[in-house]
Design a protein around this ligand. Structure first.
Ligand code: MG
Length: 153
């Protein structure tokens, strides 16, 4: 997808990196409505990755209906290493916690989701957009006008 916020220039994104707990899942369950939005983003050409320590051991089960690549990362350095193996200049990352800084440091666009588990204050300097929910984050990617409106100068 190509976005074009005024005063910023073209932003081309083809990859989404998600965190699981506190981001795609809250209190151990996938946020309602997120699955449909991710399927839509796949149709729009995005590759989707989940970087997670999988503390609850349920990442594969939770995401079985979504074409998503699950990669294990148990700390911020591992998230950073995985991020550097991707096309990070065309990647948008979505997360909520300090562990996600390793990903946020390198990706083109960074979105934090507050939801029920909150965000860590330290991540604020590494993110571009803060939204309430994962669905808000995914909707911004689905609707270029929304992303352009938030990112424009
Ligand atoms: Mg998290």
């Amino acid at each position: 997808m190509i976005y074009n916020p005024k005063g910023v220039g073209e932003i081309e994104l083809n990859t989404i990196v998600l965190d699981l707990n506190g981001t795609l899942a809250v209190n151990g369950s996938i946020v309602e409505g997120a699955k449909e939005r991710l399927i839509k983003l796949k149709e729009l050409g995005y590759k989707i990755y989940l970087f997670t320590g999988d503390q609850r051991g349920n990442a594969a089960e939770l995401t079985k209906e979504i074409d998503i690549t699950i990669l294990r990362a148990t700390n911020t350095e591992e998230k950073e290493r995985l991020t550097l193996s991707l096309d990070f200049s065309k990647t948008v990352s979505i997360g909520n916690a300090r562990i996600d800084i390793g990903t946020f440091k390198h990706t083109k666009l960074r979105i934090a989701t507050i939801q029920a588990e909150g965000i860590h204050a330290e991540i604020l300097k590494f993110v571009d957009i803060v939204v309430l929910s994962i669905n808000d984050a995914l909707d911004i990617l689905i609707n270029p006008d929304s992303l352009n409106a938030t990112m424009r100068k």
